[in-house]
Design a protein around this ligand. Structure first.
Ligand code: ADP
Length: 437
């Protein structure tokens, strides 16, 4: 980047120098031309005066003195009467020469062209004298070009000096410009005192840093929780097994002990199953085969799967609404509705009711699960979607809960851009809504 900025700075300088050289040359050329014209006009006036006073012989006298200016006297018909450079007789008629024509018409005339006689580019200035003859003075343009070119070495030296100078300054400036960027503290992006243009970038890095920290923190907490959750049933299993191993259990109690071991082991299986589901969702490695899912049909299937559990608690399950198609991942939507409905059964009262409504609303497709259960106190409503969060640990465990069900629901909702809302009143019941947009 440093080199790039410096290179563009130098390009700007070189371009500027080239353009100023061109402009300067043009300017000097014009100036010299003006000066030359003024000089020639003056000279023509003097000579014409002198000719008037001392006659045409003056021209021949002057010839010896002035060699740089070519002086020509032409009569009104274009015949050359005198020429300081050539043989008058061999010169052709000059009536067609531009400057002569102009002078004959308006008094003065000028032209720049390659001279046939001398073979050089000349500046001609012609003046009509009182006697009708035209006096023409001319100088070659070499001087003009030479003056213009004289600027070149001056410009070259200036160019070299300026380039070296600019190179040094740009190096210093670019270094100064880049320094804060090279010394950014990416661990604490907002602490940097740099260009305001970089604020969005730094804010973004800060956000990402915080997110990373949060994820790291959640990971740590999660593994600590997982180990703890796994240890509890394992300790029970090991305890029951130890008592049995030591022959401390009466034969008639063996079945009861085995049942407890079986229950704890089942809990562990469910827990491990939930953890696997969550980590799959975390990694995003779920099958993303989307298909049209009839949410109503799905809700009915889930109800029949939950029927035995509901029957045990004497909870009445019902589904109403209409067929509603949604394009999503069947397995995950199933998991979401299942977990919410299972909770509605688990945290219900004996003889309670769970009603599911599925249908289209203006805001999108909606699944509402309403129960007449124990409800969730306000202060817990936000947190129940966290991993392993349970309002009442013992109740959850008793009913075979892992504390992971609703975090699976939350993950599934994120994956489907769905949102979930909870309304609940302790003692009266809970209403959970999933809105698929
Ligand atoms: P669990 O496996 O414990 O059911 P969840 O993540 O599914 O874990 O739910 C978290 C907690 O939210 C539960 O432990 C329970 O306290 C509370 N909860 C969830 N659904 C309901 C409900 N319908 N009624 C009352 N409490 C609920």
């Amino acid at each position: 980047m440093k080199r790039k900025i410096q290179r563009s700075m130098m390009t700007v300088l070189v371009l500027t120098l080239a353009v100023s050289y061109l402009l300067l040359t043009l300017f000097v050329y014009r100036q010299t031309l003006d000066i030359m014209e003024d000089g020639l006009a003056e000279e023509a006036r003097y000579i014409s005066r002198a000719v008037k006073i001392s006659g045409e012989s003056y021209l021949a006298d002057m010839d010896a003195v002035d060699r740089e200016t070519r002086v020509t006297l032409i009569d009104e018909n274009g015949a050359v009467l005198y020429d300081s450079f050539g043989e008058e007789d061999s010169l052709e008629n000059h009536a067609t020469r531009e400057e002569v024509q102009e002078a004959l018409e308006s008094g003065v005339g000028r032209d720049i062209r390659l001279s046939d006689t001398v073979g050089l580019e000349m500046f001609y200035y012609a003046l009509r004298m009182d006697d009708g003859n035209v006096l023409r003075v001319a100088r070659d343009m070499d001087t003009v070009w030479r003056t213009a070119l004289n600027v070149l070495p001056f410009m070259a030296v200036t160019g070299v000096i300026m380039t070296v100078f600019a190179w040094g300054i740009s190096r210093y400036l670019v270094g100064k410009l880049i320094h804060p960027i090279n010394n950014l503290d990416l661990e604490e992006p907002l602490e940097n005192d740099v260009y305001e243009e970089m604020a969005p970038l730094l804010e973004r890095i800060d956000r990402q840093n915080k997110e990373k920290e949060q994820i790291e923190q959640m990971r740590k907490e999660f593994s600590a929780n997982v180990s703890h959750e796994l240890k509890t049933p394992l300790t029970s299993i090991s305890g029951y097994a130890e008592i049995m191993m030591n022959g401390l259990v009466k034969p008639e109690d063996v079945q009861g002990f085995a049942e407890r071991i079986y229950k704890e082991a089942s809990r562990m299986i469910t827990l491990v199953g939930d953890i696997i589901k969550l980590s799959k969702l975390d990694e995003g490695s779920v099958e993303v085969e989307k298909e049209n899912v009839d949410l109503y049909q799905l809700a009915r299937e889930i109800c029949s799967r939950l029927a035995p559990q509901a029957e045990k608690k004497k909870v009445h399950l019902e589904v109403s609404g209409e067929h509603t198609e949604y394009f999503g991942i069947r397995q995950i939507i199933d998991e979401m509705i299942f977990n919410i409905t299972e909770n509605a059964v688990k945290y219900n009262k004996e003889g309670g009711k769970v009603s599911i409504w599925v249908g289209n609303t203006l805001q999108g497709r909606r699944v509402i699960v309403q129960d007449t259960g124990i409800g969730i106190p306000k202060e817990h409503q936000e947190r129940i979607f966290e991993r392993f969060y349970r309002v009442d640990k013992s109740h959850s465990r008793e009913s075979g809960g892992t504390g992971l069900g609703l975090s699976i629901v939350k993950h599934g909702a994120l994956l489907h851009h769905a949102d979930i809302s909870v309304e609940s009143e302790p003692g009266k019941g809970t209403r959970m809504e999933i809105n698929f947009h």
